[in-house]
Design a protein around this ligand. Structure first.
Ligand code: PA5
Length: 426
């Protein structure tokens, strides 16, 4: 099975192979810090070996819980913010069919203070059978807690005898108000290991329970991530895509390229981009440093941001993810009148056109002085999701260490909370 490859051909006009190789030693040191827990934030690197450590019992417990919730209704509300929902949203959007109406539906809540969104969700759920997974490692995040309060009230109204059977809490078991609530009210509970931070938690119950509710094969996801761990933790620098990715983006950053755009040519990857933005933005944007992460869906966004990328300020790099095998394809056929002038594509597949758009854009953008890293994955599958999510997390750890920041804290997030709490007179 092809896993993930990295092509740096369109980076070489901007950084030389010698420059890339010059980071081999320091990259190895960064990897050792991750693997041996000797770097900054070392009490938050348990995600590194998690694919090896998650037990079959835990996976079976997650699948059993998902089936129990399916029997209670076709809707599951996942209440969480940041790392407590973005991974699940990314995976579900990646794996679901575009227009098929799935039997089991996951709705995300608790990720904004929007009164309109919260109100309309409560209205929508009034006549639906639903369960609720509330996810908060700290157990006290305000957006999530408020939404949970409303949703729990609705559950109590609808199911006064056994509303608590419809609530699952995913939290830490230390100092979490949510854990105390779960004990008091007897919710089923899963624990996020204390050494795994929110944005590195997608392969724990945080992501796996919503995936299992959608009937996705979570064992294949873990297999993908385990294979990724085995490769990235052992293989040499020049054969190690995670280390190369981390090294190249740091070399470009030192050349004043401080914006990275992650691009896909498959619209359902948009939320993978959202997950990636949080992972890299929250891990590296500190001490007045770091690449600003942004994401696009091409060719759609070539008709909006494409102009800027081609001709705007030259401080951008792109990382383009190529998916070799689309889930489906179509063949373009001749028409008699050829009024739309498309007969030159007779017999070509739509995916072929998409791939030529990708290749042409990579060439145009790199000629326009935007370095392009090209990642290739085989397909859209549970295995690829697990492999690619792990790739980006492992690379992020190394990249943060190359930048010499702590990739596992997020002190900056507290600033808005403190000001907001002052205004709310907490
Ligand atoms: O990566 C992180 O740790 C954060 O983005 C958190 O996931 C986010 O702030 C939500 O926190 P919590 O799960 O404690 O509610």
């Amino acid at each position: 099975m092809t896993k993930l490859t990295l092509d740096y051909h369109y980076v070489l006009p901007f950084v030389s192979l010698e420059e890339i190789k010059s980071l081999e030693e320091v990259s190895n040191q960064c990897r050792e810090k991750l693997l041996k827990k000797t770097g900054k934030g070392n009490d938050f690197v348990d995600w590194v070996k998690w694919p090896q450590e998650i037990t079959n019992d835990e996976i079976a417990k997650i699948n059993a819980c998902a089936h129990r919730l399916q029997n209670l209704g076709q809707y599951l509300v996942v209440c969480g913010i940041g790392g407590s929902y973005l991974g699940a949203k990314a995976g579900i959007d990646m794996l679901k069919d575009y227009y098929r109406i799935d039997e089991y539906k996951v709705i995300f809540s608790g990720n904004s203070f929007s009164s309109t969104e919260n109100y309309q969700l409560l209205e929508f759920l009034k006549d639906k059978d639903f369960s609720l997974v509330v996810i908060s490692k700290s157990g006290k995040t305000t957006e999530t807690a408020i939404s949970f309060r409303f949703l729990k009230e609705l559950l109590k109204e609808k199911y006064p005898q056994d509303y608590n059977k419809r609530i699952v809490a995913i939290t830490s078991n230390a100092n979490s108000a949510l854990h105390t609530m779960a004990l008091n009210e007897k919710y089923e509970e899963f624990f996020i290991p204390s050494g795994i931070g929110g944005r590195y938690s997608v392969l724990t119950a945080v992501g796996l329970l919503p995936f299992a509710f959608k009937n996705y094969d979570i064992e294949m996801m873990i297999k993908g991530s385990r294979d990724a761990y085995n490769h990235f933790s052992q293989d040499d620098f020049l054969e190690n895509e995670a280390m190369l990715y981390a090294a190249i983006r740091n070399l470009l950053y030192k050349k004043n390229i401080n914006i990275e755009i992650l691009g896909f040519y498959e619209p359902k990857m948009r939320n993978f981009g959202e997950w990636w933005k949080q992972l890299y933005g929250e891990s590296e944007g500190k001490e007045h440093q770091g690449i600003f992460p942004s994401s696009v869906i091409y060719s759609t966004d070539l008709h909006s941001l494409g102009q800027y990328v081609q001709d705007g300020r030259r401080n951008i790099m792109e990382t383009i993810v190529n998916i070799v095998h689309p889930s489906n394809d179509l063949t373009i056929k001749n028409t008699l009148d050829n009024l739309d002038g498309l007969n030159y594509l007779n017999g070509k597949s739509l995916d072929f056109v998409n791939k030529q758009a990708m290749k042409g854009t990579i060439i145009a953008h790199s000629e326009g002085m935007v370095p392009n890293i090209c990642l290739t994955i085989d397909d859209v599958s549970e295995y690829s999701f697990g492999y690619m999510a792990y790739f980006f997390m492992f690379a992020c750890g190394i990249s943060g260490y190359l930048l010499d920041v702590n990739p596992f804290d997020q002190q900056g997030v507290e600033a808005y909370k403190n000001k907001m709490f002052e205004l709310l007179k907490k």
